[in-house]
Design a protein around this ligand. Sequence first.
Ligand code: S3P
Length: 442
Amino acid sequence: MKNIIKIHSRIPSFNQTIVIPGDKSISIRCILLGAQANGKSKFYNLLDSGDVNSAINAVKSLGVKIKKKKTFHEISGVGLNGFEYKKNLVIDCGNSGTLARLLCGMLAGYDCEVKIIGDKSLSRRDFSRVVRPLKLFGVNFQNKKKKLPIKISGSKFLRPINYFEEKGSAQVKSSIMLAALNTPGITSITSKPSRNHTENILRYCLRLPIHIAKKRKLDVINLEGQKNFKSFDYKIPGDISSAAFFIVLTLLSKNSKLKIKSVNVNESRTGILTILKRMGANIKLVNKKFYNGEHNADLLIKSTKEFKSINCPSSLNTKTIDEFLIIFLVCAKANGTSRFNKIHELRQKESDRLKFAAQFLKKIGIKVKEKYDSLTIYGNPNLKLSGNFIVKNFLNDHRVFMMTCIAALSFGGKFKIHDKNSINSSFPNFLRIIRKLGAKIN
Ligand code: S3P
């Protein structure tokens, strides 16, 4: 029973201020880049979670020292190409697609064989998307499969590439940039815009020769490699992908107000704010700050009585990729029919989130139309639940678990929700914050 929670009542009204844990994408990038810097880097408010611990263990296994101090992590970087040579090294990336894919790029210049493994969820995800460009650099992959486990052997003689990244995947783009760091000459990537934390760290923290231009709505990134860089310090802001659950909880609750302090609101991540505001949500950004190329702000959210439906422009997809699940709950309560197109990448996440969303919404009485690449949700502004619901997770997906909790706290009914431990990968204190807001959870 330990891994199951019960929620039997809606959350009472609240008016509070909360702080959200550090951004996962920035935390993982800080570790991988700090490991290759010359000297000691300090990272404040690094996310304390399974995915980030896997990243810490990965660089430790390559000979990098990391100390956890009272308010920061200190990483003693070994410089570009400074990793210890080890035979038969196996790196376990756990649940983290970001770590596994970025690691492949980071190991491009490491001419030792490394086996990369992951949990059940990660082992079903596609790796051909990083194998393809990395092979062009001159990296060897022993197995032909598109999935983990994979064996990668880097090379001391990498050649720069000119690559068109068509998925709008920040993981693929970042993997290529990490390989480019170890490659002589200029690597060029043309890609659909996606989260740009790697570019920002390279430019604002490491001062590397990176040039970014816009060409017909695409980003063209040119990065010159084999330039050593100094250590850097970073105060990691709150993760908007974690804040998302509390934004929606507040919107769907009665007479409630919430302030979420210091959240990363980088333009490439705020699709959720654009979509919810268009649907009528009461959300304000205050106290905006610019730091290391990133915008951060406090979010003020108020309960909202009525929501309009949305025909979501697919240009917002990469900016919203991890938040669709929670946005679908608002669509369930909206007045009218909401449509999301070109969202098949949701099937490639920690689980098939498109399939889960469709099944879950049907379970709670919402009509949906699911196609391979789209979801249509027929909203019901009077949605209120009674009766019993048992929700089993798909492959221990953290966001599936958290979305289900928010549905239970917002719509009522008696919920039994499985796989609580999934939250460890991104947001271990999720339930603690929910309880602090006044929810009753057994
Ligand atoms: C991430 C990029 C996104 C996102 C993931 C984190 C990153 O994946 O879904 O949770 O840190 O680069 P894709 O870039 O594959 O869409």
